[in-house]
Design a protein around this ligand. Structure first.
Ligand code: UD1
Length: 343
């Protein structure tokens, strides 16, 4: 019998790529999503790519009664992968309560409903933001966490602390928290990708929207950091590699291979690229010039972040396969398809 997996936020950027990877690995998927930053069309695209339609329920995870009801229908599920969250860093600074309410209630209601329905496994979508500005690089899972600069980031840190407390009193319960570095890229079909609401916060969608003529110019936030060319260094990871890591983490949970009830893994490539290197790569992959200007630093940015990938390799048997040029070409293909559709 196929394993049933509940995927919250399965219509979103990382969620939708993971749903495809799960279906390609013969899992049965139930997506719960409030469509606040996505739309139902994504389901048709997933169906086109995989040849099967995932089950879908529109649900606001802040509404405990509704969540409880929905989980009651799927009490034979084997695990939850919890992506559903708001993720715009600057908005979270402006509206902290919106972020604490949404991201934390959603997790808490999911955990309560899991417990009430005997669904003992969860994978949580965390972020390298929990490391703050690290003292040592590459960042291992043993690096100390710090209070993240933004309320968005802090919801990820608090969520991990909630999981720590829950497993302490729930001997049957198992959790894996995956700390993503900088996910970019899109599905090779060009059918699924990142579609930020409004003006993008993140580098790659800003680059592709500028190249597509939607934005006039990319502002590069600071070139006076202690890095090779003065711009900050990040560990960009292809979203499809990230999706595949979720499948392996899920198998580890279902096969009860864990060494502790809450395991934490970094998901990155281990390679760091500066903002200017990403721009140069974009220009060479696409053969076009990007309009950009160096401006002042953005609050909260740290000079360098890149992952140690050893633990994920050793325990999950996972490492990222796709290189920066593939991340960029797939992001660009997606952006171009999107513009054609919107015209
Ligand atoms: C950001 C968040 C992080 C979150 C992640 C999710 C901050 C401080 N951190 O990571 O908490 O988990 O997104 O994807 O916001 N850049 C520009 N111009 C732009 C946009 C970005 O120069 O228009 C630069 C940034 O200064 C940074 C690099 O590009 O050096 C990457 O930025 P971004 O894509 O926003 O990711 P992070 O800031 O690393």
């Amino acid at each position: 019998m196929k394993h049933k997996i509940i995927v919250t936020g399965g219509c979103g950027y990382i969620g939708s790529h993971t749903v495809i990877a799960l279906m390609e690995n013969d899992f049965e998927v139930i997506i719960l999503d409030d469509l606040s930053n996505s739309n139902e069309q994504i389901l048709d695209r997933i169906t086109k790519i995989t040849g099967r339609k995932p089950e879908f329920v529109k649900v606001d995870l802040k509404d405990l009664d509704h969540v409880h009801n929905v989980f009651g229908h799927f009490r034979d599920a084997d695990a939850v992968i919890h992506f559903a969250a708001h993720k715009a860093v600057s908005e979270s600074v402006q509206e902290p309560l919106k972020y604490y309410q949404n991201n934390l209630y959603s997790l808490i209601n999911t955990l309560i409903s899991q417990q009430e329905n005997g669904i003992h496994n969860i994978i949580f979508s965390s972020s390298a933001t929990v490391y703050g500005n690290p003292d040592t690089l590459p960042i291992t899972e043993k690096n100390k966490t710090q209070r993240p600069f933004s309320p968005y980031g802090n919801t990820k840190k608090i969520a991990e602390e909630i999981l720590e407390d829950v497993v302490l009193v729930s001997p049957d319960f198992s959790a894996i928290s995956l700390r993503y570095f900088n996910p970019i890229g899109a599905h090779e079909s060009g059918q699924i990708g990142e579609f930020p609401n409004g003006i993008p916060n993140n580098l790659m969608p800003y680059i592709t929207q500028t190249a597509a003529g939607v934005r006039e110019k990319l502002m590069v936030f600071g070139n006076d950091y202690p890095t090779k060319d003065g711009t900050p260094i990040r560990d960009y990871i292809h979203v499809v590699d990230l999706a595949e890591a979720h499948v392996l983490a899920l198998k580890r949970l279902l096969n009860k291979e864990q060494e502790s009830q809450l395991e934490i893994f970094n998901l990155g490539t281990g390679d760091g690229y500066s903002v200017l290197e990403v721009i140069q790569s974009f220009e060479s992959v696409t053969g076009s010039k990007l309009n950009f200007e160096i401006t002042g630093r953005r609050d909260g940015d740290v000079p360098k972040l890149f992952a140690s990938t050893d633990l994920a390799k050793e325990k999950l048997g996972w490492s990222a396969n796709r290189k920066l040029d593939e991340m960029i070409s797939s992001s660009w293909k997606w952006e171009q398809n999107l513009r054609e559709e919107l015209i």
